[in-house]
Design a binder for this molecule. Structure first.
Ligand code: ZN
Length: 512
């Protein structure tokens, strides 16, 4: 199968035939693939990278197979002239946006637009479908059971689904340099276009599997255009529309009037560069897929325009150890240390690189989930894969790793302090971890495991410790309680060492 058989348009100005082509294609698309490229960030550069290319692959209707790819040169197009158009595409309920971990791209894109004075950047992309999550869902369904979520790369999904090797060589090439090489153009276009191709395969599977379970599938046995008449007659159709948030009356009318799109405008449509994108019928299968798997990306204000708000927010909350920390805070304006939506129970989990295994032990001692790499000498890919798989924030002292930070959704943080205690304080402060005395020593410092709920008596502890751990004789008649790690069986007790350690962490973490 050939991947790039579709025309590619390089759009470098709004006064160009290519831009007109983009406008007319967007009005004919209910499915687009999105991707963005930026110049790789220097290791210690702390602001968001500037996005220099936005790829939009459009699937044109009515022909289900025809598609076209646009490469928007964000380094030459004045961004305010395309801001409204893009915002409308991102938020149109009639265009399903496909992406691969597009949230990161959207953050960078948003901050690039904000830097050129475009209001507050981009707030959301909806409806959105992440190719990785659909791939996972369908893979799991095939095997008939819920498997742990895999996090494959786009190239791996491409290979698996399309039997095509997507070259990743150019991923880190300089995307800000012009003109782009022919290879770069092909690579950039393929990255967005393959999203459509993968979606096609998944859509096929979805149709074959006859997803009648959700009760929507049976409503439209044919490819429906959501006519007003039908909406009136068919209550279920109405229901679908409401469920998929087609609530805006004007959009509903626009969705139903394929014949006269230009005649229906909202007041805001008179803005320059705004298009009426909502006038086409959305494919029934796409509607069902949105219903089942549809998602949205919502950026917090801070993610949209990191520079100003970050500094301010950080300053306000840094009442603690102000003089010493304020330098670091000024220095660090990078991506937010941790995306709340990625952590499980409201507290980030960490993966400490080999150079800072001591920090991992310290974090465990204050009750924070901190893992170490599977092997003693992990390569970059192992680290990133483990962090992704276990949804951990990667902590490292290796600045070179930051080059890969766009690959990792859970993010990488470069630990600046040299000493373990300082590193602990730095991480607690940066990630605003809530440390309290009752969390101290609540994890196995050796392996990061949790403890067996019930304390063990001396007799039980002696039994468990046989041939494994020496329990000092002096404890025998003191009625000491023991805790055992569920994972590695290590025993802990409230001896002198324990009390010293608790005291130390109370001081280090300034717990009162
Ligand atoms: Zn353990």
């Amino acid at each position: 199968m050939e991947l790039m058989s579709s025309p590619i348009y390089f759009v470098s100005s709004t006064e160009s035939p290519e831009f007109n082509q983009l406008n007319s294609s967007l009005t004919r698309s209910s499915l687009v693939g999105l991707d963005a490229e930026w110049k790789p960030v220097r290791t210690h550069q702390s602001t968001f990278p500037t996005v220099s290319l936005l790829q939009i692959a459009c699937r044109l209707i009515p022909d289900e197979t025809e598609s076209v790819v646009f490469l928007l040169d964000l380094s030459t197009i004045p961004l305010h002239s395309i801001y409204d158009l893009l915002k409308q595409v991102f938020e149109s309920p009639c265009i399903l946006k496909l992406g691969f971990k597009f949230k990161q791209d959207l953050k960078y894109l948003s901050s690039t637009f904000v830097a050129q004075g475009c209001h507050l950047g981009f707030e959301k992309v909806e409806p959105y479908l992440d190719i990785a999550s659909v791939y996972n869902a369908l893979q799991n369904k095939q095997k008939g059971k819920e498997l742990p979520k895999q996090s494959k790369s786009l190239a791996a999904i491409c290979k698996d689904v399309l039997r095509i090797s997507l070259s990743k060589e150019l991923q880190c090439s300089d995307w800000s340099c012009r003109p782009l090489s022919e290879e770069q153009v092909q690579y950039a276009a393929a990255d967005a276009h393959c999203l459509l191709k993968i979606f096609d395969v998944l859509r096929c599977k979805f149709c074959k599997e006859g997803n009648s379970r959700d009760g929507v599938a049976e409503i439209h046995p044919f490819n429906v255009k959501l006519g007003l008449k039908l909406i009136m007659e068919e209550p279920d159709t109405c229901n679908v529309i409401i469920k998929t948030k087609f609530c805006n009356a004007i959009e509903m009318v626009q969705a139903t009037t394929t014949e006269f799109p230009q005649k229906i405008t909202t007041p805001s449509d008179s803005d320059l560069g705004r298009l009426s994108l909502n006038h086409k019928a959305i494919d029934d299968t796409i509607l069902r897929i949105i219903k089942r798997y549809g998602d949205k990306i919502v950026l917090k204000l801070f993610d949209r325009s990191p520079k100003g708000s970050k500094k301010k927010g950080k300053r306000q909350s840094s009442s603690y150890n102000k003089e010493k920390r304020s330098e670091d805070i000024d220095e660090w304006e990078g991506p937010p240390p941790w995306d709340m939506s990625l952590g499980g129970d409201g507290c980030p989990k960490f993966l400490c690189d080999v150079m800072i295994e001591g920090l991992a032990k310290h974090l465990r001692c204050v009750g924070i989930d901190a893992a170490v790499p599977y092997t003693k000498k992990p390569n970059t890919r192992d680290l990133i894969e483990q962090a992704e798989k276990e949804k951990r924030v990667l902590l490292t002292r290796d600045a070179k790793l930051l080059r890969h930070k766009y690959l990792i959704q859970n993010q990488i943080y470069l630990v600046k302090s040299l000493l373990k205690n300082d590193q602990l304080v730095e991480v607690i402060h940066t990630f605003q971890l809530d440390i309290s005395e009752d969390k101290l020593m609540s994890r196995c410092a050796k392996c990061n495991g949790r403890f067996i709920q019930r304390p063990l008596s001396t007799e039980e502890a002696l039994e468990v410790a046989k041939g494994f751990q020496v329990i000092p004789n002096c404890l025998f008649n003191k009625n000491v309680e023991f805790w055992q790690c569920k994972d590695c069986n290590q025993l802990y007790w409230e001896g002198t060492q324990y009390h010293n350690a608790v005291q130390k962490f109370i001081e280090v973490c300034k717990l009162s």
